[in-house]
Design a protein around this ligand. Structure first.
Ligand SMILES: Cc1cc2nc3c(=O)[nH]c(=O)nc-3n(C[C@H](O)[C@H](O)[C@H](O)COP(=O)(O)OP(=O)(O)OC[C@H]3O[C@@H](n4cnc5c(N)ncnc54)[C@H](O)[C@@H]3O)c2cc1C
Length: 369
C-alpha cells in the first residue's frame, strides 16, 4: 500500500470518518491524514440513510444530545456550502422542513407541542384546510399536521462530496480492510490491512457498526450493536411533496432532482444480517401510502439494508480512549449520524487538535474504553 507515517489515521470511510478528515485538513492543511475504508462494505449506514436532519422529531428531552443535534442542524447550511465549494460535487439540501401528521402521534400530540413551545422550536400547526393548501397530495387521514423547521439532505451526494473533498485536500484515501493493529500496552503503531501496514501518530476509530469488531481486536469491549434498517426508494414526481414526513417508524424523504422518495424504515436487532425482504419493503410502502397515496404502485427504484451503530445507552461514543494514548473514537451515531456530521466533525477536530473539551455524555470513559 504505502509505507508513509501519517499524523492521523481514520478507520472508517463513512460520513463520520470523512468529515473528521475534512475538518482537520481544513484547519491544519500541513497534517498528513489518511482515511481507510473497507471497499467491500455494502451495508454502511452513510449510504443507507434517508438524510433526514430531524433533531426535533427525534428528541423529546432537552438534554445534551438534543443540544448537540440542534447545533448540528444550525451548522448545516454553511457546512454544505463549504463542502460543495471544496469538492465541486452538488449536494441536495433543503430547509423546507418536516411534517408530523397527528395520526401518528395521537398518544403524545399535546406533549410534542408543549416541548416545541418550551424549546422555541420553529413549528406551526396546520389545520386540515392549510394542509390541503401546502401539501395537497397528503391523505386527508393525516388530520392536523405539525410543520417543523428541520432539513433534508441527500446523504449519498454528501458522502460523495466528502470523499471528493478529501482527495482535493490531500487526504490519502486507502481502500482496504483493517484486520489487526501493531500495538503495545498503551499505544497503537499501525493499522494492519490487506494492503499492508498504515502507520500513524494518532488513530480514530470511526467504523460505524463494525467498530465493535475492531474494538475486540484492540481488546476493548464497545457495548454497541448494529440495528438493521430496510428501506426503499420509489419514483414519484418531485412536485408531489416538498417536505420530509415523519411518523413513528414510517417516513418519507424527498431526494428531489428526479431521485424520487426514500421510504423507511425498520429497526431490527439481527446482527450483521444483510437481507432485504420484499414483504417488508411492501409493508413499508403500504404504510407510507396511507400518508401519501401516490406512493402506492409507484415504480420501485431500489431497496436496501443498512446498519445503524447503536451503543447501549444510544448516545454517540466520541472522544479519547483511556486505554490507548493515541486512540480516539467517533462512533455509535445510531439513528442520527447524518444529522450529527457537521458538529461531530468540529467536535472531533477540536479534541484532536488539542483545544476542545470532552462532553461527558459522549465520552468513551463512560464505558472505560
Ligand atoms: C436505514 C438507515 C436510515 C438512517 N436514516 C438516517 C437519517 O435519516 N438521518 C440521520 O441523521 N441518520 C440516519 N441514519 C444513521 C446514519 O446513517 C449513521 O448514524 C451514520 O451514517 C453513521 O456513519 P458512520 O460513518 O459512523 O458509519 P458507516 O456509514 O456505517 O461507515 C462505516 C465505515 O467503516 C468502514 N469499515 C468498517 N470496518 C472496517 C474495517 N475493518 N476496515 C476498514 N474499514 C472498515 C466501512 O467500510 C465504512 O466505510 C440511518 C441509518 C440507517 C441504517
Amino acid at each position: 500500500m504505502n509505507e508513509k507515517q501519517y499524523d492521523l489515521v481514520i478507520i472508517g470511510a463513512g460520513v463520520i470518518g470523512h468529515s473528521i478528515a475534512f475538518r482537520v485538513k481544513r484547519l491544519r492543511p500541513d497534517l498528513r491524514v489518511a482515511v481507510i475504508g473497507d471497499p467491500m462494505n455494502s451495508l454502511m449506514a452513510s449510504r443507507a440513510a434517508a438524510g433526514m436532519l430531524a433533531p426535533f422529531g427525534e428528541c423529546d428531552r432537552a438534554d445534551g444530545f438534543f443540544r448537540f443535534c440542534r447545533e448540528s442542524l444550525d451548522k448545516y447550511p454553511a457546512f454544505i456550502d463549504e463542502l460543495v465549494a471544496v469538492s465541486g460535487v452538488p449536494v441536495f439540501f433543503s430547509t423546507a422542513g418536516s411534517l408530523m401528521p397527528s395520526m401518528f402521534y395521537e398518544d403524545c400530540w399535546e406533549e410534542r407541542k408543549q416541548f416545541f413551545r418550551e424549546q422555541n422550536v420553529p413549528h406551526e400547526i396546520w389545520p386540515p384546510a392549510r394542509v390541503r393548501d401546502k401539501a395537497p397530495h397528503l391523505s386527508e387521514k393525516c388530520g392536523e399536521v405539525m410543520w417543523v423547521g428541520e432539513a433534508q439532505v441527500n446523504n449519498r451526494q454528501m458522502h460523495d462530496a466528502l470523499a471528493a473533498a478529501s482527495v482535493r485536500l490531500g487526504v490519502a484515501r486507502l481502500e482496504a480492510n483493517v484486520s489487526g493493529f501493531l500495538k503495545d500496552a498503551g499505544s497503537i503503531g499501525a493499522a494492519v490491512t490487506d494492503g499492508g501496514e498504515v502507520r500513524g501518530r494518532r488513530f480514530v476509530l470511526a467504523s460505524g457498526s463494525w467498530s465493535t469488531v475492531l474494538g475486540d481486536i484492540l481488546g476493548v469491549r464497545l457495548p454497541m450493536k448494529p440495528i438493521k434498517g430496510q428501506m426503499c426508494r420509489v419514483q414519484v414526481e418531485d412536485s408531489r411533496l416538498e417536505y420530509t414526513v415523519h411518523g413513528k417508524l414510517t417516513y418519507i424523504a424527498p431526494w428531489r432532482g428526479g431521485h424520487g422518495f426514500v421510504i423507511g424504515s425498520t429497526m431490527e436487532d439481527r446482527g450483521y444480517d444483510p437481507a432485504v425482504e420484499s414483504e417488508v419493503i411492501d409493508r413499508l410502502v403500504k404504510k407510507a401510502a396511507e400518508v401519501l397515496p401516490c406512493l402506492a404502485g409507484a415504480p420501485l427504484i431500489e431497496a436496501w439494508t443498512g446498519l445503524r451503530p447503536a451503543a447501549e445507552d444510544e448516545m454517540p461514543v466520541m472522544g479519547k480512549s483511556q486505554r490507548y494514548a493515541n486512540l480516539y473514537y467517533s462512533t455509535g451515531h445510531y439513528r442520527n449520524g447524518i444529522l450529527q456530521t457537521p458538529n461531530q466533525a468540529d467536535y472531533m477536530a477540536s479534541l484532536l487538535l488539542g483545544d476542545g473539551e470532552e462532553i461527558a455524555e459522549f465520552s468513551p470513559s463512560r464505558y472505560s474504553l
